[in-house]
Design a protein around this ligand. Structure first.
Ligand SMILES: [Zn+2]
Length: 76
């Protein structure tokens, strides 16, 4: 067994999970940047005229392009 000091063991116990968390954060951040724009769109269904439309904005509600009625996002 390799003799290690208490300080070295503590540094390993803190730095290894921190390194793993950093690598995972970079991975998910990189994946979010290169996500296709279709997946960033919100889908809306108009409750007035049943028109289905999508906008690449992050709003919880948006206006229907046909009848101008305000609708909630069906899928975000
Ligand atoms: Zn409409």
């Amino acid at each position: 067994m390799i003799p290690m000091s208490l300080g070295a063991i503590l540094v390993l116990l803190v730095s290894v999970p921190l390194l793993i968390t950093s690598v995972l954060a970079l991975h998910y951040n990189f994946r979010e940047i290169h996500r296709p724009s279709r997946e960033k769109e919100n889908i809306y269904k108009c409750t007035e005229c049943d028109h289905v439309y999508a906008f690449a904005r992050t709003r919880p509600m948006d206006r229907c392009p046909r009848c101008n009625h305000l609708n909630d996002a069906v899928r975000t």
